[in-house]
Design a protein around this ligand. Structure first.
Ligand code: PYR
Length: 632
């Protein structure tokens, strides 16, 4: 192996080596164990079988009869859909077409917000890709399929050991007639912090190239100034720019006049002026009530003129009523999740909305039989993820008190549980509402919602009231995220930060009021690529990898480290990924198109004195023994 390393070394190849070459080139001696992908995958299965998966330990298990789900057969060749229109005529034509429809257009959110809100974002790509051809063939009238962005990017690398870009590429290929849609946190990309402008631009360019058609762009403080870089990049890529308003407060409540009709119309006009093709109305907590929806949608349609795409969450149980009110008021498109992934903190039920609108002038035209078949598939998928269910059993009108986004509600509950505060949840909900008022009644959505959540947990854990937190005489150690937000690093909220609390948090330090990106130097992309490549022993860093690293440097490096060890584990069935195998189990994993591994677990041997367990497999009919450390 030394000779091979030597012969392939760039310094050797370009003839600049000297007799010192061997002394100065220690990497020649790093004989990487050359392990093929099959061995890596077997190592992963052996490890999970012996030691369990850390994420499912102590959590509810899928019922024994849960099997790998089978997607409904495509009924015909995929008919032309919105993607064809976008490809042929561009994003403005899509917007014009939307406005010309009498039917309500539907976005299915199951592959993004559905599982983000119900299963802590843990759905694996294989479960999506398997059903994507059924969408393309059987539901070609869908407006779009939301399947990327938000929390899914980070979770794919961090917890699912798979590449989010590959997910996008595979979905894109499987649904050539449907527009894919992503959620983009404007200058916060798909992260929790403001990135330099050129990082945001590069990310959007790559997402467009790999396969995103509709970009829903929002800012966590509704600050249009901080959305322009991302919006411009989407427009530049010739994709649909959905400039989005985040809805908060209570439109018809005179006591919440900060977010009144004038505010929303003003923001919508700013988004239109910034070039939005479509106006997104993102009700991330599910606070928009039916009567308010009627007023808001009608007014926005009249005053702004952009097609409106409405998104909500069913935490309260009343979201379908709001959707139907919005439809009456002329909304152009709405989000819903397939029945089996709907309700609760997710979107309202897609099939029921389709049925409710049937035989009205706003009939969606979607095939309810196809919806039921696909939802049946999703029901089986969901059963595999029992470990990640939140246990929220019923609607919660409490959401109107705390105003937590659907994606945060169950997360914060889990966090409260881990801090021993589960019994005191009503106090956490109240503290969240108090912290929001203390910060001046702000928009709460990733990442600003996380800041309010951090503050609320701290208040309950330390027994601090809002009065005490605001009292200059009481010493409070604020969470880092609160300090960062008060410094202006997430941007500026409507009406600015309340002077008193800002002063107390910053202890005299001067906040910035300019757009955070303005003060950030551009990242040297090629230098970063070269450094990353060096850190990965010469691995060729393509644009997707580079953009993943720029969003989440440590998460990406950890992912790459595990990838070297375990190979393409994204190809494993979900049960195997989370629970390993039982003796006698047989699975298949398609590691390349047409290249399939047939894996049978024969037995798990005793653990030897060296602490290693032997696991006996049959791989494509040949016996294989894998040794893994027994940490159980
Ligand atoms: C996200 O940014 O992930 C949301 O769902 C709001």
């Amino acid at each position: 192996e030394f000779v091979i390393n030597l012969l392939k070394h760039p310094v050797f190849l370009n003839d600049t080596y000297t007799t010192k070459f061997i002394d100065t080139t220690p990497d020649l001696f790093q004989f990487r164990k050359r392990r093929d992908r099959a061995t890596k995958i077997l190592t992963y299965i052996a490890d999970i079988t012996v030691n369990g998966h850390p994420e499912t330990a102590g959590r509810p298990k899928p019922a024994a009869e849960v099997k790998t789900p089978k997607a409904p057969a495509p009924r015909t060749e995929p008919a032309m859909g919105t993607r064809n229109l976008l490809e042929q005529k561009g994003p403005q034509a899509v917007a014009d077409w939307m406005r010309a429809q009498t039917k309500v257009l539907i976005t299915d959110t199951t592959m993004r917000d559905g599982h983000q809100s119900l299963l802590a974002t843990r759905m694996r790509s294989i479960d999506m890709i398997r059903v994507a051809p059924s969408y393309a063939a059987n539901l070609p009238q869908l407006f779009s399929v939301e399947c990327w962005g938000g929390a899914t990017f980070d979770v794919a690398y961090r917890f699912l050991q798979e590449c989010p870009w590959q997910r996008l590429r595979d979905l894109r290929a499987a649904m050539p007639n449907l527009m894919t849609q992503m959620l983009l946190r404007a200058s916060n990309g798909v992260g929790y912090t403001n990135y330099p402008d050129n990082v945001v631009q590069a990310f959007v360019r790559q997402a467009a190239e790999t396969g995103v058609d509709v970009f829903r762009v929002f800012d966590s403080l509704n600050w249009v100034e901080n959305m322009r870089v991302a919006m411009d990049a989407v427009i530049e890529a010739n994709k649909v720019c959905e400039g989005t308003i985040c809805y908060t407060g209570d439109l018809l409540d005179p006591a919440r006049a900060k977010y009144d009709l004038k505010y929303y119309v003003g923001m919508a006009k700013e988004l239109k002026a910034a070039g939005a093709h479509v106006l997104g109305l993102k009700d991330m907590a599910g606070l928009l009530k039916p009567a308010a929806a009627r007023v808001l949608v009608k007014t926005l349609k009249q005053e702004v003129g952009l097609p409106i795409h409405f998104h909500t969450h069913d935490t309260s149980g009343a979201a379908a009523a709001t959707i139907l009110a919005a439809c009456d008021a002329g909304v152009d498109a709405v989000d819903a999740a397939m029945d089996a992934f709907s309700g609760g903190t997710s979107q309202p039920c897609l099939g029921s909305i389709v049925e409710a609108l049937r035989h009205t002038e706003r009939d969606t035209g979607l095939d309810i039989g196809a919806i039921r078949d696909i939802s049946n598939y999703w029901e089986h998928v969901r059963a595999q993820y029992a470990a990640f269910e939140s246990g929220l059993a019923s609607p919660a009108s409490e959401v109107y008190l705390h105003e937590m986004p659907g994606g945060q509600f169950t997360n914060l509950k889990a966090q409260a549980r881990s801090l021993g505060l589960e019994e005191r949840w009503p106090e956490v909900a109240q503290a969240y509402a108090d912290a929001n008022q203390m910060f001046g009644d702000i928009v709460k959505v990733t990442p600003s919602s996380k800041v309010v959540g951090d503050m609320a947990l701290m208040m309950v854990a330390q027994g601090l009231s809002r009065g005490q937190v605001e009292d200059p005489a009481v010493d409070v150690a604020f969470p880092d995220s609160v300090v960062d937000m008060m410094k202006g690093n997430l941007g500026q909220p409507h009406g600015g930060w309340p002077a008193g609390i800002q002063k107390k948090v910053l202890k005299g330090e001067k906040p910035q009021t300019a757009r955070p990106g303005l003060g950030m130097a551009p990242v040297d992309l090629e230098e970063t690529r070269a450094k990353l490549s060096a850190e990965l022993n010469g691995f060729t860093v393509d644009d997707e990898d580079l953009n993943g690293y720029l969003m989440y440097p440590k998460v990406f490096l950890d992912y790459m480290g595990r990838h070297r060890l375990y190979g393409p584990v994204r190809t494993l069935p979900t049960q195997t990924f989370f629970y390993g195998m039982q003796p006698g189990d047989e699975i298949t994993a398609e590691i390349d198109p047409g290249k399939t591994l047939e894996i049978r677990l024969q037995a798990v041997g005793e653990t030897g004195e060296d602490g290693e367990a032997k696991v006996f497999f049959e791989l494509n009919g040949q016996p294989r023994v894998i040794r893994v450390p027994n940490r159980a």
